[in-house]
Write a protein that binds this ligand. Structure first.
Ligand code: IFM
Length: 457
């Protein structure tokens, strides 16, 4: 079986986030997050569940790290729960919250696994939401203080820092589409939120560097290639608009280009912004957002096919269509399109030129359950990962400085508004017993890591 090898030192990791796996939502002084409040609101999460217990990782992290070591992971990307560290969002520090992450980091280092810590993966302290949340500039300032506290405590041992996970989700999905906490549907608030998230990133970068000698700092964006549904000029125009909304709105300012002028004009024309434009931007903000980073994290799941009907759909998003037959969709309803990863990585490299790139998330939701022998034959996930690893390799061959790949996710977990009905893990979690079973994809991944190569059949 021919194998495709990867560059020496390539990092093979897996990723999770705090609210999705930790549980222990009321323990050791943790404050309330917007996801506690949102998931307790009837109708917000499809199965009515929450992250209150999740994978109980807070109590089982040592076992989970042992499992990571057994699989041979060279890196692990996790997020830190802001409400565990600063239960009120700012001010008094909860030492027990910091201690949890300190113990986790020690266990990872002991196991020879490189920790990648994400500071914000959506669980904003509810106290800050009550003061206005991300649409308020004060939240950006609070984030910088939070980043300071965390990196002072862990910066001696964690050297790879990601400020934010998927600012599009924090701003648009949560404030305009309304599917994620805090569940708002207001373009003006969403656009203000996006600016404050990016501002908080830029302001935090030098603070993190100051506290963590030799730190490598980056941000993770969720990116998709956007293609027109037909050759018509109208569909091309829809494509430009969606690409601006989803990709360029975040890529451009982080790389020193400011907000895309065509999108500012569109938002003014569509009544999302006043004629004066994005008035929350103050002098110096764009320079702060463009703080040089050491890497860009790319989360890739699927592509978007745009069509010209600019009427918003039921989820308040510009309409898109899927071209792939249904059997090529994952259980999230997302098209499997591995070549899109190669396209996204090349675009980012050629147009924006970050120093390094990591795929900080890629994976698939398939519910394959244990068979009679207790084995989990998740062939479709295995195939999905293989095809995306090979797409990543094609990008490296084309000159993209890709240095690692983090599979989403290590564990089945709380999939936000979809609850526990979607399973992204390479490790099965029985939520009743909290037993973990590596799926076939995990065992295969383990061989990929051990040989630093991917089989092609
Ligand atoms: O589960 C999420 C994760 O929290 C962020 N990126 C996408 C994943 C799958 O939806």
């Amino acid at each position: 079986m021919p194998n495709v090898s990867f560059p020496e030192g390539f990092l093979w990791g897996s990723a999770t986030s705090a609210y999705q796996i930790e549980g222990a939502a009321r323990e050791d002084g943790r404050g309330e997050s917007i996801w506690d409040r949102f998931s307790a609101t009837p109708g917000k999460v499809q199965d009515g569940s929450s992250g209150e217990i999740a994978c109980d990782h807070y109590h089982r992290f040592a076992e989970d790290v042992r499992m990571m070591k057994g699989l041979g992971l060279s890196a692990y990307r996790f997020s830190i729960a802001w409400p565990r560290i600063l239960p009120g969002g700012r001010g008094a520090v909860n030492a027990r919250g910091l201690d949890f992450y300190s113990r986790l980091v020690d266990a990872l280092l002991e196991a020879g696994i490189q920790p990648f810590a994400t500071l914000f993966h959506w669980d904003l302290p509810q106290a800050l939401q009550d003061e206005g949340g991300w649409p308020s500039r004060a939240t950006a300032e609070a984030f910088v203080d939070y980043a300071d506290v965390v990196t002072r405590a862990l910066g001696d041992r964690v050297k790879d820092w990601i400020t934010h996970n998927e600012p599009w989700c924090t701003s648009m999905l949560s404030h305009q589409v309304g599917l994620h906490a805090p569940g708002l549907k207001d373009w003006g608030l969403a656009l203000a939120a996006s600016h404050h998230v990016l501002l908080s990133h830029g302001l935090a970068v030098p603070v993190i560097r100051g506290n963590s000698a030799g730190a490598r700092v980056g941000i993770t964006l969720n990116l998709s290639p956007v293609v027109p549904a037909s050759p018509s000029p109208a569909d091309h125009e829809a494509c430009r608009n969606f690409d601006g909304y989803f990709n360029r709105w975040f890529l451009d300012p982080v790389h020193g280009r400011g907000y895309p002028a065509d999108m500012i004009a569109d938002h003014i024309a569509d009544g999302h912004l006043p004629p004066e434009g994005l008035t929350v931007v103050k002098a110096g903000d764009l320079a702060a957002i463009a703080a040089p980073c050491d890497f860009l994290g790319v989360n890739y799941y699927n592509r978007v096919v745009s069509r010209s009907d600019k009427v918003l759909d039921a989820q308040n998003q510009p309409r898109t269509v899927e071209l792939a037959p249904k059997e090529e969709w994952t259980e999230m309803g997302w098209e499997e399109y591995p070549e899109g990863l190669n396209q996204v990585l090349n675009r980012v490299h050629l147009v924006y030129g970050p120093r390094r790139i990591y795929v900080t998330e890629n994976g698939a939701s398939y519910g394959t359950a244990p068979d009679a022998d207790g084995r989990i034959p998740d062939e479709r996930r295995l195939r999905f990962l293989r095809e995306h690893f090979l797409a990543a390799r094609r990008a490296i061959d084309a000159g993209v400085p890709l240095h690692g790949f983090f599979v989403w996710s290590l564990l089945d977990n709380f999939e936000w508004d979809r609850g526990y009905g979607q399973r992204f893990g390479i490790v099965w979690v029985d939520y009743e017993t909290q037993v973990r079973i590596p799926k076939d994809s995990a065992l295969w991944y383990s061989r990929v890591i051990a040989t630093n190569s991917v089989d092609t059949v």
